[in-house]
Design a protein around this ligand. Sequence first.
Ligand code: FES
Length: 106
Amino acid sequence: PTIHYILKDGSTRSIDAKPGGSVMENAVRNNVRGIDAECGGSCSCATCHVYVDDAFVALLPPADDMENDLLDGVASERQPGSRLSCQITMTAELDGITVRVPETQI
Ligand code: FES
C-alpha cells in the first residue's frame, strides 16, 4: 500500500509501505522528515503527530484513551484529522492514505 506524506514545505513524498507496519515506522524507514517519533512507537511521546486526510479518517479505528490524551498535548494545533502515526497500522484498505506533517512536533 502507498502512503503519501505531505511535508512542511508543501511537497509530497509517496512511499511503498510495508503492510503491518505503522505510518510512523514507514516514515522513519524512508527518512520522511517531520515525524520525530521519539518514543519509538510506544504511544508515549506524541512526536509522531500527523493530520490524516478527511477521506481516510473514517477508515481508521478510533483513537484509544491513551492516544486521545496524548493528542490533547501535541505541539501543533490538534485538528479533527489529528492522529499519532505510530498507532495507524497499514493495511491494503488504507492504500493511498495521505497524511500531513505538522509544523512542529516539540
Ligand atoms: Fe511516540 Fe508515536 S512514536 S507516540
